[in-house]
Design a binder for this molecule. Sequence first.
Ligand code: BF8
Length: 653
Amino acid sequence: MSETATGSAKDKLLAFKAEDRVSDPASVEMLDKAVTDCVDTCFGRVDTQRSVCAFGKNCYLGPCRITPKAPRGVCGANADTIVARNYVREVAGGVAAHSDHGRRLVLLLHKVAQGRGGSYRIADEPALRRAARAYGVEEQGRAKEAVALDLANLFISEFNRQEDPLATLKLAPNRRQGVWRKREVQPSGIDRMVVEALHRTHIGVDHDYRNLLLHAFRVSLADGWGGSRIASIVSDILFGTPSPVRSRANLGVLGAKTVNILVHGHEPALSEMLAIASREPEIVAAAKAAGAEGLTLAGICCTANEILIRHGIPVAGNFLQQELAIITGAVEMLITDVQCCLPSLPEVAQAYHTEVISTSDTAKTIGSSHVPFDEGNALENARALLRRAIANFKNRNPRKVAIPKASQPLVAGFSVAAIKYMLGGTYRASFRPLNDAIIQGRIKGLVGIVGCTNPRTKSDAYVNALTRELVKRDFIVLKTGCAAIASAKTGLLTPEAALEIAGPGFREVCEAVGIPPVLHMGSCVDNSRLLEAATEVVLEGGLGDDLADVPAVGVAPEWMSEKAIAIGCYFVASGIDVILGHPFHIGGSENVTRFLNQETRELFGASFQVCTEPQEAAEKIMEIIVRKRERLGINRQAERKLYDMKDRRALDV
Ligand code: BF8
């Protein structure tokens, strides 16, 4: 009986009656014994974790607050376990979002291959055949539909395979595949990896923070070399491989006298159809009949990036501009699909005439009108939405309209195929000129600047300051997501403007091959294109035989979403260092922080670093790149060489 427990240690361990906490005599007996043996149990720890968070977390023993006085949660998990668990769940959330996006496209390809795709078709047969060859699907002499069906089935198996590693991992350089094998982080089926992440982080499963964090990297690889990569490949097959296209960005793209429709979110299937329908003469005529001068279709966030890089549809803004776009008073309809669409949008829209329409059954918002998108009638759905927006034009209140003038020209759409073509032409498409420029030192290295905008810092400021600094220092900058839009709005995506600030050697290369120094490669799932580009550099030769050898760094200055965490992880697991503008929520565990910021270097050849200022990030990038260049034996200052006509012909551009 607990009354027998005496002494201060025992009092601390059992400041309660055992009978009040357990019902059966065996347990009462053992609780008493625990006191005698000075062993702490969850029955004691629950008293040190009384201030329960009302917002909830992933376990109802707590949520626990770990402090020096209460170093273990009720179940016994310490800070390392809790922080690692939460981190794995964040990564899994990001992977799930990207990969579900990929899955929907794969299922659409499956339908198209069987002639059940409605208005959709295989828009880019060379992209289909390229992908088939990459995955070992027989394509020669076969109808495109048959090839597409085999490829779609293979992609479906990437989601549900149970034990074998993902086939997509084979797109990575051999050495990197070896690293993943050695570290035992090769992911199997994408869905299985996400399920396993949730399983491991359930109470009472995986408690070893290292083991947990290794799964964070494993599941992230199922994104970058799985769901996201597949999403980009299938988007190219269904909607066309992006190639450079001119357009404009910022709220000034909205028309004062046109019906304005914004698409917002991530999945491209509906927005593709809206892009087509918005140009149909009947729709334009309907807009004119309603008193407008026509229609302006524009985008927010990554849906914007998808239709920008394929159709040149203008971008109204990035993540932090979604509410501001409505506040122009000039938006007839804002159509959301999934991810990054704020739940506040309908409330903001109440002050104006804007109709907010949600279209995905997985993403509804109170206050939005829900119009489920039916892929089988996609073009009809798109036309109906546009007609509804046109009908709303008469409700626009001119007194509430104020469209900013600001918008900047841009060039976007740099898929790897497009870059290869620009570098080598149709017959000799290759990365050779880029590799040579890096080896000669005219280009110091590749930097991917990706991710979100975040109201905790001045929006877009870090992204653009760093971009300018890097271009000045002869880095080629690859961009995706909201970071790409941030730079578009300041004119950094025009070759002319960016070339003005580029270092002299780099500028010569850009001018010679006709490539701008800042390349917009697409949406957030298209971060897989950055890995594809780094892989091309390795395969081209002369810059090592692993991704970790390539002078390349990833930066997420203003990140905020779980997807950004997943991206960071698959970059690091791929051997590419990642700089964050602000830290993960891991400060509660020194061990987890050390693992992610240091120990991963031993495992993968790369790690995370936090630089809260752009200048600090630029210095850190220089340090990493110089180290890599030294290891490659190419860290010498190249003689400045002006390209003459012979050189230019040699580059075949
Ligand atoms: O996926 S960059 S705010 S829109 S999460 Fe979201 Fe971040 Fe923008 Fe594209 Ni990516």
